[in-house]
Design a protein around this ligand. Structure first.
Ligand code: BES
Ligand code: ZN
Length: 455
């Protein structure tokens, strides 16, 4: 790899970051212990506790004001301010404190809400996504002893994993409290623990629920089966039309892009994903193009009887949630309509179909990595990580980005983060690499220093 293009981090800032890391790690563990799964109503109170905990940390990090805001009954978000020194820009630091469901506590190697260190990684739900982002920002503010060299608006959302359904309302109600010249979104990943990334494209996301009905009521599968079909089979045939034989998305009219990103080593990619022997990759084109610049469709859930409870009846109705990732350049609502129309037109045997669009819609996003702010970011990141930053796309979505960019079109947007391919976002045994966490904190501290005119 080429020599990184800047000097190492100034010693005093490095030392200040090193001094705050142990405390930041302890506070990260405390946040991970709170099961802030906003998408599950049973955890609404936990999500409120999690917002309270973040608000307390912000106060302790010297914020001049701290508020917990929500709009339209949405999740609690924390907004805290460190006013800009005279003539300095204001930087918004974004992360989210809500987390995904665990996917089955018993499958974890250690309980998901008991943070546990193994081999330099901290395991726990939210340890990477995105409580590590929350603590990155707070650690930077602590390293500056509560007096950052630029103005800071800390914005910690509580419903990102639910598709940010009330974010538009929140931004509209509190626009004046959220404006910033630069925004740093710490919710993405790096290609390796010592190679920082600046993420320049994200996919969008839409979902629909498709319900197929065939009969007024369940009937004996022997007495009627044959001439009379069942709704679950009709639903499966409908869902089977979402891909062609190569595994390419078959919904017509969707945007597809490309990049010159090189293919990763296929064996490593397969093992990171946990693909079983002999299972083929779907679609065509390079892997980065398939993940970052192409649509993808998946069935996330089906309502139908459990196998253990199945009986010999033809099922009158069945439904599925279908989720579709969208390439940058795609209009999310148009894609949702195309998906609904495709499903409606693909139901066999005259079965009745209804498609209900999901509320949350994440627009895809792509960023231009030019300009002074990006130059500062590249310099700060290479100094902190010891390697130059790479530009990458990610296949995941962060609905906040497009919303924020629409509200504040002049702001420069940087998408960073402290995940890596081993972080298992949304999966069993999610984890954070603690060494990379330290580098991420230093990178962001250096970035603020540079944005304030330091070098
Ligand atoms: N932090 C993730 C996005 C991400 C995943 C970035 C992996 C880098 C690597 C984010 O919290 C997320 O999962 N977002 C949801 C958004 C959705 C609910 C609209 C997603 O992509 O599923
Ligand atoms: Zn996240």
């Amino acid at each position: 790899m080429a020599e990184p293009h800047t000097d190492p981090a100034p010693a005093d800032l490095s030392a200040a970051v090193d001094a705050v890391l142990p405390g930041a790690r302890t506070d990260l563990e405390a946040l991970v212990r709170i099961p802030s799964i906003w998408a599950d109503p049973a955890h609404a109170e936990d999500t409120r506790r999690s917002a309270d905990a973040v608000a307390t940390l912000a106060r302790d990090a010297g914020a001049a004001s701290v508020e917990i805001l929500s709009a339209d009954g949405g999740a609690p978000a924390v907004v805290a301010h460190w006013p800009a020194p005279e003539g300095m820009p204001t930087v918004m630091l974004y992360a989210h404190h809500d987390v995904q469901p665990t996917g089955g506590d018993d499958d974890w190697s250690s309980p998901p809400f008991e943070p546990t260190e193994r081999d330099g990684r901290l395991y726990g739900r939210g340890a990477a996504d995105d409580k590590a982002g929350v603590m990155t920002h707070l650690a930077v503010l602590r390293a500056y002893e509560g007096r950052p060299p630029v103005g800071v608006v800390l914005f910690i959302e509580g419903e990102e994993e639910s598709g940010s359904p009330t974010l538009t309302a929140l931004l509209a109600e509190h626009r004046d409290k959220l404006s910033a010249d630069v925004i740093v979104i710490a919710d993405a990943a790096n290609p390796a623990v010592d190679v920082p990334a600046l993420t320049t494209s994200l996919r969008g996301l839409v979902d629909v629920v498709v319900e197929v009905s065939m009969l007024e009521r369940p009937v004996h599968s022997g007495v009627y089966g044959g001439p009379v079909g069942d709704a679950l089979t009709a639903l499966c045939r409908t869902l089977a039309t979402l891909h062609d034989d190569k595994g390419e998305v078959a919904v017509p009219g969707l945007v597809r892009g490309s990049s010159d990103a090189p293919d990763p080593d296929e064996a490593t990619y397969r093992s990171d994903a946990g693909l079983l022997d002999g299972v083929e990759l779907l679609g065509t084109g390079s892997i980065p193009d398939r993940v970052n610049h192409a649509p993808a469709v998946a069935v996330l859930g089906i309502d139908a009887p459990k196998v253990a409870e199945a009986s010999n009846v033809l099922l009158p109705r069945a439904r599925a949630m279908v989720s579709m990732r969208l390439a940058p350049g795609q209009d999310a609502r148009e894609a949702q309509r195309a998906l609904a129309e495709h499903l409606e037109g693909s139901v066999p045997w005259g079965a009745h179909v209804s498609v209900t669009p999901g509320h949350g819609v994440a627009e895809p996003f792509s960023l231009s990595s030019t300009g002074e702010v990006y130059d500062h970011a590249r310099a700060a990141f290479s100094a902190a990580y010891g390697n130059d930053a790479v530009e990458t796309g990610i296949g995941g979505s962060i609905p906040f980005i497009a919303e924020f960019a629409r509200t504040f079109p002049g702001a420069a947007v940087l998408v960073t983060g402290v995940g890596d391919p081993a972080s298992r976002w949304h999966g069993i045994d999610e984890s954070l690499h603690l060494g990379m966490f330290g580098r991420g904190v230093l990178a962001e501290a250096l970035l603020l220093d540079r944005l304030a005119g330091g070098a």
